[in-house]
Design a protein around this ligand. Structure first.
Ligand code: AMP
Length: 288
């Protein structure tokens, strides 16, 4: 992989390489990251790697959806120049003893719900950035805490790579695209809409003048009280993931909940000042 990047750079001076890391089972959210990478760079590398290090022992690593043939086609059609899909053995020939410590920004929210998750994420992102050597890497705002941590790692540890954040891609009714949406069966999809509905309700309450963060969090939790949904958190934080005492346009509302009998865990968020209206709506066939 690294030879490819270096050869591209040697072949044509000044070529910029863009990088889109994913776990595959591609959807339009991933492909918009490719579009953005193409705007920012001359070559686009995509990785597909379901990273065992970021899954907890009771999580869905084995069940995580995979379809490499379909992904290959979608990536090529969208203009990915190089698809990197290493095996777990290639990435981790021995268990990595040295890992990235994500620090206090990982103590809360997803980090609290999924112990070790962000150490696994940052370790694999660090490896991928060293292997691909991109000029710019594009991440989705959908995984807000993740991209804030990646940005912080790149800054704190002096990685020679820019981090670009792309807006969340949603279906027309508000559901954020996610590879895990395939787990939603029957009524689950309708139940899952409470996540974006809660974010929208809180955004509207804030625009309407409600400035008390705890009152806004309670409002979000209220909207999540629907049969078939088990809310995990609804929190207002700043870009360092600290609870806010004053709400402003940069405040982020983050939500996590489990949906349906299978307990599919979904997350979503909105930056209050930008609003869900500024996310990217797409029409996607809804499958049961
Ligand atoms: P994943 O394959 O779920 O690990 O995601 C790979 C990248 O795609 C991450 O940067 C995600 O934030 C991004 N991504 C996933 N879903 C969406 C979405 N609905 N909109 C925008 N970016 C997304």
């Amino acid at each position: 992989m690294r030879s490819w990047s270096r050869a591209e750079r040697a072949r044509a001076g000044g070529v910029r390489i863009g990088f889109v890391p994913t776990m595959g089972f591609l959807h339009e959210g991933h492909l918009r990251l490719v579009d953005r990478a193409r705007e920012l760079a001359d070559r686009v590398v995509m990785s597909i790697f379901v990273n065992p290090l970021q899954f907890g022992p009771r999580e869905d690593f084995a069940a995580y959806p995979r379809d490499l043939d379909r992904d290959r086609k979608l990536a090529a059609e969208r203009g990915v120049d190089c698809l990197f899909f290493p095996s777990a053995d290639a990435m981790y020939p021995t268990e990595p003893l040295v890992r990235v410590d994500p620090g206090p920004m990982a103590d809360t929210l997803e980090g609290a719900a999924r112990p070790g998750h962000f150490a696994g994420v940052l370790t694999v992102v660090a490896k991928l950035l060293h292997i691909v050597e991109p000029d710019v890497a594009v991440f989705g705002r959908k995984d807000f805490q993740q991209v804030m941590l990646v940005q912080r790692m790149v800054g704190d540890l002096d990685f020679a790579c820019e981090i670009e954040i792309a807006p969340t891609v949603r279906e027309l009714d508000g559901l954020a695209l996610s590879s895990r949406n395939v787990y939603l069966k029957g009524d689950d999809r309708r139940v899952a809409l409470a996540l974006s509905r809660a974010l929208r309700a809180v955004e509207q309450a804030w625009r309407g003048g409600e400035a008390d963060p705890r009152a806004l969090e309670r409002r979000g939790m209220e909207v999540l009280q629907v049969p078939g949904m088990t809310p995990e958190y609804f929190k207002l934080v700043d870009a360092q993931m600290r609870p806010v005492t004053r709400v402003d346009a940069k405040t982020i509302a983050l939500v996590a909940a489990r949906v349906g009998a299978a307990g599919t865990r979904l997350i979503d968020n909105v930056v209050l000042g930008e609003g869900i209206a500024n996310d990217v709506p797409v029409r996607v066939a809804v499958k049961d």
